[in-house]
Design a binder for this molecule. Structure first.
Ligand code: FAD
Length: 443
């Protein structure tokens, strides 16, 4: 009886323990991907994410075929669709790598029980985080809410396991079960086709992720600590969408970087990714609820849709903000320093609820991540775990002077003569701090 490998956020062959377990079982292997837009609590993918997923699945399919395997695509509520696929192929075992979102965990655990009750072998594996959230606990057994002790605790745990090699062959079944056609999923935009900038910028898929890691380690890691905050320097790894989709495993990244001189700063960014997932694991409603509940008292003024739109389209008249928002729209990516600046501007100068910014990022980022995105929005807003204090308002002009001193980034994305900002930075900052007083007064 064949083994089914259910691929999710792990679109790779190398260091894929679920795939390895299926191959080791010695029966034909069938790879399954389910596009789940139906299960309650599963957040529908944004537009840029759908674009990436399409290409990453096409790449995975090709790589599986080259090795003798097959990828089956199905659509619907995963709990139902996986069981249907199991029945269709007469699978005797099902393997997957674990997910850590609230709704995902519920689906996976009830599926595991149901399949086991039917007599199937089912096993799940740790593959997308260096340390599973429940394994990192404080001395008193609770979870962490501050990054530094969290990361210190991670570093004190046994080192992350070595990555598994890529399988050379994946023996598929004699008859490939019915599959949807990827094109029928309509993951790519058509009218209008807004993905030209994404195509120019990215190559999704495991081989390109692998190449980017090699190139980053050889050329960029030595200057990472010095240049990582400069948006024009191209000094960061650009691994975020690859890690998001699991085209490369954090174990691979960790093991290849850890011996390199000066890698500590880079590795601690992987630590922030771990911390964001740790936080989501313990607060599954991270994208919708203030982690610090006193922020529920924040007196958001009525939304000014023109301000929100100006921000989304990079037309605020604040050069660094506009440059960032246009980079995002064009490439599906924005440099981290600029993400912090545009987020601060939305929340603390336009006084627009961080959730609306988070939603826009969710729709437009190729690395839009269920944990990292809301975690970082709450970090900037001041409502999150180990967050920047609310009263620290980024000044986009000073940030530009400091991190884009020659204006290279701004001239790349927002080269026109500056116009008047849509709001006065000083006045709005004062208004934001006054609004924050209400949070401080909240019981
Ligand atoms: P590098 O500097 O090379 O870092 C290496 C890896 O570490 C990244 O690929 C990423 O996986 C992780 N990482 C780095 N910084 C952070 C961070 N602050 N939090 C969590 N993980 C981090 N990152 C996402 O992956 N998805 C998101 O949806 C996302 N939304 C964000 C929203 C806001 C408002 C802000 C301020 C940051 C957000 N980030 C998000 C974090 C960060 O901006 C990106 O991970 C980073 O810019 C990706 O570029 P890189 O891969 O070159 O990073």
């Amino acid at each position: 009886s064949p083994s089914l490998v259910w691929f999710r956020d792990d679109l790779r062959l190398a260091d894929n323990p679920a795939l390895r377990a299926a191959i080791d079982r010695g029966e034909p292997v069938i790879a399954l991907y389910v596009l789940d837009e139906e299960s309650p609590g599963i957040r529908p993918l944004g537009g840029a994410a759908r674009w990436w997923l399409h290409h990453s699945l096409a790449s995975l399919d090709e790589r599986l075929r080259e090795r003798g395997g097959a990828l089956v695509l199905r659509r619907g509520a995963a709990g139902h669709v996986v069981r249907e696929a199991v029945a269709d192929v007469g699978a005797g075992a099902v393997f997957w790598n674990r997910r850590y979102g609230g709704a995902e965990r519920e689906i996976d655990s009830s599926l595991k029980s149901a399949l086991r009750a039917e007599g199937l072998e089912v096993a799940s594996f740790a593959a997308s985080l260096l340390h599973e959230p429940r394994t990192v606990t404080t001395g008193s057994g609770t979870h962490y809410s501050v990054f530094t002790p969290f990361w210190r605790a991670c570093l004190a745990l046994p080192a992350p396991r070595a990555p598994l090699p890529e399988p050379r062959t994946v023996d598929g079944p004699d008859h490939v079960p019915a599959s949807d056609a990827l094109d029928d999923w309509d993951l790519l935009p058509t009218r209008p086709d807004w993905a030209g900038g994404l195509r120019d910028t990215w190559e999704p898929g495991e081989p390109a992720a692998r190449r980017r890691l090699t190139e980053f380690l050889a050329h960029d890691l030595p200057s990472y600590d010095r240049a990582r905050d400069e948006p024009a320097a191209g000094a960061t790894s650009l691994l975020s969408p690859r890690l998001r989709w699991g085209e490369i495993s954090p174990f691979t990244v960790w093991h290849e970087a850890v011996g390199v001189d000066g890698a500590g700063g880079f590795l601690s960014e992987l630590g922030w990714r771990e911390f964001a997932w740790h936080t989501l694991y313990h607060s599954p409603d991270l994208a919708t609820r203030n982690l610090r509940r006193e922020f529920d008292a924040f007196p958001w003024p009525p939304l000014d849709p023109a301000h929100l739109e100006a921000w989304q389209h990079g037309e605020t008249g604040v050069p660094l903000v506009d440059a960032g928002m246009r980079e995002l729209w064009h490439t599906g990516y924005m440099h981290n320093r600029v993400r912090m600046v545009v987020a601060s501007f939305l929340v603390k100068n336009l006084l627009i609820d961080w959730r609306l910014g988070e939603e826009w990022f969710w729709d437009t980022l190729v690395d839009a991540d269920e944990a990292n995105n809301p975690f970082n929005w709450q970090w900037v807003a001041g409502s999150g775990a180990d967050a920047a204090p609310y009263f620290r308002v980024f000044n986009p002009e000073l940030q530009a002077k400091k991190f884009d001193p020659q204006g290279l980034y701004i001239s790349q994305w927002a080269s026109e003569a500056p116009t008047e900002p849509i709001v006065d930075l000083g006045e709005t900052r004062k208004a934001a701090l006054a609004a924050y007083d209400e949070v401080k007064r909240a019981p």
